[in-house]
Design a protein around this ligand. Structure first.
Ligand SMILES: Cc1ncc(COP(=O)(O)O)c(C=O)c1O
Length: 480
């Protein structure tokens, strides 16, 4: 039997991901509009996934200015550009081989950038030490995660490796695990507690997985995609104790660490909590944390750069990580330089400090306003209920659909939330993600709504979603 048969998504109860189906519909609609078709909307608004610049978010000027100079070094002499931009570009060119962004770099990243990242982590975690040798840069954090998952998949054991995976989780994760032959072990997040992680549920998930697979790791998304949940130190501590007791590797996706807006909430890294738990944990628990240039205030996903920090990972395994990263030769240099700018932005007194700070503040303000506004709006619609997001870029409202829609969906052989999203797309040009992939209680449906777009676009999306939803509810006798 092939190893992929072990992880057949249907056997595990994983829903075949509907994003691609909806994507095809969205592409088709866009094509027909381009060819002159008349629709009640001018274009498709994609709020299903988090591509910040596609959604209308502006790049940070300092980042683009420094990159422009690095790409075209004659601009070093251009006095129209702020002095700190030119000095920074000069410094970054010095750390590129041949003084050019056109050169290859070491497969785990430019040493200077790895050091900048380690310094940033040490500052962020109030002095908890971080070392450049433990930082691995890759073409996006997903690439880094993929490297680790491949290593997990190659371990010994009669059954395939398993990763405890939250429900709901980032929509690309099940495919990533599945592609490497790793089994998804779902654990349910607690919606009525703002999508918190529940310790009993972790134990339950682990018990049911044993015998079917070799659970080797637990994946956490904090701040949560798509839930917007932000874990406090107590919850993080519980998860670390659980991972330690069960000898699980902690895979912590912390890519939304710079977007926390919930009142009284703050981002606390797993690494900081691990350090505070004392040597018993600090020197033994294996932890890998991921961060990215794609998300948060930078949103530069097209530049393709991210990194992971490995804590307490065996040096032999670190060597394999390096070897696997070698297969992609080197991460795009412009992305690596932008990572350096992300972790080491202009300082007070630098010419770009004020504009940089204002641009970042504006992004955070828009996100937090959008999150609050969208949550209130969704909660006012019949049959929709939405937990408030505390951070990140998504809302994940629960959708109570009338029985007629559920029946219709059954007849068409699709999930009811996919049908809902498809009709919303066709009638209003709004592309919202359809719910969750696996493990959900039957009959529960959700929508995934990205809140990155500028305020006016978000308002338009909400208005269209609202009119579709009301129209649908009014047209059915058994509306909720
Ligand atoms: C949970 C999560 N991890 C990682 C990423 C980014 O991946 P990458 O760095 O490969 O672009 C995203 C979003 O874009 C995300 O939502």
């Amino acid at each position: 039997m092939s190893s992929l048969q072990h992880v057949n998504p249907r056997v595990m109860g994983i829903r075949v991901w509907p994003q691609s189906r909806l994507h095809s519909v969205a592409t088709h609609i866009t094509q027909t509009i381009t060819l002159g078709a008349q629709k009640p909307f001018k274009q498709v608004n994609d709020v299903s996934s988090g591509d910040p610049h596609k959604a209308g978010m502006k790049p940070i000027s300092f980042v683009r200015q420094v990159l422009a100079v690095c790409l075209y070094p004659q601009l070093l002499k251009d006095n129209n550009l702020p002095l700190d931009v030119r000095l920074r570009a000069q410094r970054l060119l010095e750390v590129c081989d041949g003084g050019s962004v056109g050169s290859y770099t070491a497969s785990s990243g430019i040493p200077h950038v790895r050091q900048s990242i380690a310094d940033f982590i040490t500052r962020r975690d109030a002095g908890v030490p971080s070392f450049a040798k433990d930082i691995f840069i890759s073409a996006g954090s997903q690439g880094a995660l993929m490297v680790i998952v491949k290593l997990l998949a190659n371990g010994e054991g009669e059954t395939p490796a398993g990763v405890l995976t939250p429900t709901p989780c980032p929509h690309t994760l099940p495919t990533l695990l599945d592609d490497s032959g790793v089994m998804v072990v779902p654990y349910q997040l607690m919606e009525d507690r703002g999508w918190a992680v529940d310790l009993d549920e972790l134990h339950r998930a682990l018990r049911t997985a044993r015998g079917r697979c070799e659970p080797r790791a637990i994946y956490i998304s904090n701040p949560g995609n798509p839930t917007g949940h932000v874990q406090d130190s107590k919850s993080i501590k519980e998860v670390i104790q659980f991972a330690a007791a069960e000898r699980l590797l902690l895979l912590v996706d912390e890519v939304y660490q710079d977007i926390v807006y919930g009142p009284g909430k703050e981002f606390i890294s797993f690494k900081k909590v691990l350090f505070e738990m004392g040597t018993k944990y600090w020197e033994t628990v294996e932890l890998i944390s991921f961060n990215s240039l794609s998300t948060g205030c930078m949103g530069e996903c097209g530049l393709r750069a991210g990194y992971m920090e490995l804590v307490n990972v065996d040096p032999g395994v670190m060597h394999f990580v390096d070897t696997l990263l070698c297969t992609s030769i080197s991460t795009p240099v412009t992305g690596q330089l932008a990572l350096d700018l992300m972790v080491d932005p202009p300082k007070l007194g630098d010419a770009s400090y004020d504009s940089y700070t204002q641009e970042i503040l504006l992004k955070r303000t828009i996100l937090s306003q959008n999150a609050r506004r969208a949550q209130e709006f969704l909660n006012d619609l019949p049959g929709l209920s939405c937990q408030p997001a505390m951070g990140g870029i998504y809302l994940y409202p629960s959708l109570h659909l009338p029985s007629e829609i559920i029946e219709q969906a059954k007849m068409l052989g699709v999930e009811a939330d996919v049908l809902y999203c498809q009709r919303l797309l066709e009638e209003e040009g709004v592309f919202v993600g359809a719910g969750c992939q696996f493990g959900e209680t039957k009959g529960k449906h959700h929508l995934r709504l990205c809140i990155l777009a500028p305020t006016d676009t978000t308002e338009e999306v909400l208005a269209r979603l609202g009119s579709f939803h009301r129209r649908l509810s009014d047209s059915l006798p058994s509306s909720p």
